[in-house]
Structure formats: structure tokens, C-alpha cells
Design a binder for this molecule. Structure first.
Ligand code: GDP
Length: 304
């Protein structure tokens, strides 16, 4: 299915290398572990998480005294799933909202070009398919293209988009959107925000203001602050996660563009490093290519 296809490049590069590293080896020894460490780092898992994974495997080796290289695949898979369970459990099974939360307000953050607008469009389509009514707010008022693109998605999917003129206050757009969402009895309200990172203080005060203003209408909004990251940028996505988590309280992650990149390991590193659940992954351009992240399916697919 599309998850397997989307992760093809990561799989190829990872297992190609893993296979080579094991040639002529029957047991997992220090040399094998060194090679594995290199491969994990090269797959953009990130150094801290790589060290954790290697330590977990070392523990297994010293406990069992002997670990054959043929078992390394399944052991590695188990340990990665276990690591993700420690840090990245999301209760979402499908495109659903928590019970008794209506409207469910999602504020979407992330730098330009990571796939923020596309993700919002796909997400709206999936929610609609699941029978939920959706309203979008184009609070990224600094880029005409962003507003136009969101409107286009709105038309395609059949959901209303609240937009105002260029350079209007983003929090005014957010306010109107939440207000309209409440009036229209919407199930889900999604607010697109500007992705400028040029100064952290600006970003922080802007996001804080947007939150404050929407809370005048829905006191516990936003229920989710979703950070969108471009998985194909590897460690750069890690840097962005660091910046955004400093500027605001990020509650979920969407990691896009995992198709066409060998850096899929970044999903494991980011979720471990930031202890924020990965909620969605993007593995292509189609609506169905935005998928609810399931750690077991993800790891199984990597090891298929
Ligand atoms: P924004 O500036 O963050 O709003 O980014 P856009 O939503 O405009 O996306 C930038 C580009 O990335 C567009 O060409 C999208 O079609 C593309 N894109 C977004 N998500 C994915 C994905 O999961 N896979 C692929 N291959 N392309 C994607």
C-alpha cells in the first residue's frame, strides 16, 4: 500500500547498508554495532536516539550472551517500536476528534514550504470523509499564495475558508474563523498560521496572540498545536522542531514528504527527542497519502 511505497527510498538505503554491514558476520559484535550506529545516523535517526537504540541492543546482547546477525532485524524492529512507545503514543486510530470536544480547534504551525497548506487540505478532506464538518482559517496573511492555496483546497474539498486581505492581523482571522466555526456548529476548526522563524520573539508573541484571541470564543482552544515538518530535510526538520517547541507548546507533529527521501529515520529521532506524538505522516501528493501515524505499521513497513 501507499505507506510501503512512500517509504521505499528509506528502506532501500537503510537495508542496503545494513545488509552490507553484516556480510561475513554471524554474531552481533562491537563491529556490527558500530556499523549499525553509522547506518542509523546516516538514515537521519539523529545521534541521541541512535545511541539509545544501540544501548538497547547492547543490553539484549549482554543479557542473551549471544545474538546472531539473522536476529538483528527483528530485535532492531522490536527496540524501535519500544522506543516509540515510550515517547510517541497517540490514541488516534483514524481521522477522529476527541469525544466531547466540539469544535475541535487545531492551530497549525511550521515554516513555509514544509507542506503546511497541503497537509491542512488533506486533513480537511479526511475529516470530511469521516463525516465531520470543517472550517479553515487563512491566518497566514503574509503570503498571498498561502491564502490562495488554502482557498483552492477549500473549494476542492468543499469546506469554507475564512480569509481577509493581505497583511491583516492573523489573530483577527483566527478570531473570525473560530467564531464562524461556533456559529456554524463545525466539528473541526483548522487555523493556518504564518511560518516565519526570523525572530523567535516575534513568532512567540504572534502565536501567543492568536491563541489568546481564539480563547475569547473557545476558552480551551487550541486543542492541538500541530507542527508540520518536512521529513526530506532530515536534521533541518530537527532544528525547526527545536525552534518551534521553544516558541510555543507544540502538541503534535505532522511529518511530510517522506516519499522520495531516504531520511525517513528522522521520524523516529524527532518523536524520541521531543517526546511529542507524531500524529500524521505525508507519503505523497494525494489526499490518502496523509496517513494517521501508527508506530507499529511504520516500523513494520520499514522492515518489510
Ligand atoms: P507550505 O508553504 O508549508 O504551505 O507548503 P505547501 O503545502 O505549499 O507544500 C509545498 C510543496 O510540497 C507542494 O508542492 C506540495 O504538493 C508538496 N507536498 C506536501 N506534502 C507532501 C508529501 O507528503 N509528499 C510530497 N511528495 N509532496 C508534498
Amino acid at each position: 500500500e501507499s505507506l510501503d511505497k512512500g517509504l521505499e527510498k528509506t528502506k532501500e538505503s537503510f537495508f542496503g547498508k545494513l545488509g552490507k554491514a553484516l556480510v561475513g558476520k554471524s554474531t552481533v559484535d562491537d563491529e556490527v554495532l558500530d556499523n549499525l550506529e553509522e547506518i542509523l545516523v546516516a538514515s537521519d535517526v539523529g545521534i541521541n536516539t541512535t545511541v539509545k537504540i544501540i544501548e538497547r541492543i547492547q543490553n539484549r546482547v549482554s543479557k542473551d550472551k549471544y545474538l546472531g546477525t539473522t536476529e538483528l532485524d527483528s530485535i532492531l524492529r522490536e527496540e524501535v517500536v519500544a522506543l516509540l512507545s515510550d515517547t510517541s503514543d497517540t490514541d488516534l486510530k483514524e481521522f477522529e476528534t476527541p469525544p466531547n470536544v466540539k469544535p475541535y480547534v487545531i492551530m497549525v504551525v511550521g515554516v513555509n514550504g514544509v507542506g503546511k497548506t497541503t497537509t491542512i487540505g488533506k486533513l480537511s478532506a479526511q475529516y470530511k470523509k469521516a463525516g465531520k464538518s470543517v472550517i479553515l482559517g487563512a491566518a497566514d496573511t503574509f503570503r498571498a499564495a498561502a491564502v490562495d492555496q488554502l482557498k483552492l483546497w477549500g473549494e476542492r474539498v468543499g469546506v469554507p475558508v475564512i480569509a481577509k486581505g493581505m497583511n491583516t492581523d492573523p489573530s483577527a482571522v483566527a478570531f473570525e474563523t473560530v467564531q464562524a466555526g461556533v456559529e456554524q456548529n463545525a466539528d473541526v476548526i483548522i487555523i493556518d498560521t504564518a511560518g516565519r522563524l526570523h525572530t523567535k520573539v516575534n513568532l512567540m508573541s504572534e502565536l501567543t496572540k492568536i491563541k489568546r484571541v481564539m480563547q475569547k470564543v473557545v476558552p480551551d482552544a487550541p486543542h492541538d498545536v500541530m507542527l508540520v515538518l518536512d521529513g526530506s530535510t532530515g536534521q533541518n526538520a530537527m532544528v525547526q522542531a527545536r525552534e518551534f517547541t521553544k516558541a510555543t507548546e507544540v502538541s503534535s507533529l505532522a511529518i511530510t514528504k517522506l516519499d522520495g527521501t531516504a531520511k525517513g529515520g528522522v521520524v523516529i529521532g524527532i518523536s524520541d527527542e521531543f517526546q511529542i506524538p507524531v500524529r500524521y505522516i505525508g507519503v505523497g501528493e494525494k489526499v490518502e497519502d496523509l496517513q494517521v501515524f501508527n508506530k507499529k505499521e511504520f516500523v513494520d513497513s520499514l522492515f518489510k
